[in-house]
Design a protein around this ligand. Structure first.
Ligand code: DER
Length: 232
């Protein structure tokens, strides 16, 4: 479909523009990153590149291993040259909503360890303000025993509706790679995302939010017309 072609365009552009020899690369999670890993594996083979990959989820780890790429971790490479990852939505200031795939915590850690955090997305993610196109809210990872008080605090302080994310292929709630629950905060107004992110993180029981504020350096958007848009 059109969106898949757009994801591939973005993934290839990011890898071709930002991956060089002798690098440690953070590998994101989701569906768009699959194209980036395909291209990364192709380049490593063709150009005989010395690259190590640090995953942001069990899914990313599987992608790295399945493509025969060298798996590493933050113990060995606490500073990454570049991290490449998808996004659920991007606003005009390059703030992101991430976590649609439930991997936001390790994604944010890896993105924070990278000298350059590069985002890849199809045209459907390109918004002026968060919430314009992405209607599933901001994912928030929480310690399971705290999810009810955290739900109540967020709804009381910031409005909107907060929903525990339930699994589809498993009975009960989604359990993250870190053993936690996810709340989806369907906000009902535009906020100052920087201050809201900090305030939510301070609530006891919150592990991480899917608000990536002032983290992305560049976003590659695959467009419907086959071109690649770039926003810095
Ligand atoms: O869950 C995540 O954070 C993913 O990276 C998400 O933001 C993008 O997933 P997609 O590439 O499948 O849209």
């Amino acid at each position: 479909a059109m969106a898949e072609k757009a994801k591939k365009l973005a993934g290839y552009a990011a890898v071709d523009n930002h991956v060089q020899d002798n690098q440690a690369v953070g590998v994101g999670s989701g569906s768009t990153i699959v194209y980036a890993v395909d291209r990364l594996a192709e380049r490593v083979k063709q150009e005989n590149l010395n690259i190590v990959c640090v995953p942001t989820s069990f899914q990313a780890r599987q992608l790295i291993l399945e493509h025969g790429l060298t798996l590493s971790d933050l113990d060995r490479h606490p500073e990454l040259d570049v991290a490449i990852d998808g996004a659920d939505e991007v606003d005009s200031e390059l703030n992101l909503i991430k976590g649609g795939g439930g991997c936001l915590t390790q994604e944010k850690i890896v993105a924070g360890c990278a000298k350059r955090f590069i985002v890849i997305a199809d045209y459907r993610k390109d918004s002026k303000a968060l919430g314009e196109q992405w209607k599933k809210g901001v994912p928030i990872e929480v310690i399971p025993m705290a999810y009810v008080p955290v739900t109540r605090t967020i709804a009381r302080r910031f409005g909107g509706v907060v929903v525990l994310r339930m699994a589809v292929s498993k009975a009960g709630p989604v359990v993250t790679d870190n053993g936690n629950f996810i709340l989806d905060w369907k906000f009902d107004q535009v906020h100052d995302w920087k201050s809201v992110n900090t305030a939510i993180k301070m609530i006891p029981g919150v592990v991480e939010t899917g608000l990536f504020v002032e983290m992305a350096e560049r976003v590659y958007f695959g467009m419907e017309d086959g071109t690649v848009g770039v926003r810095d």
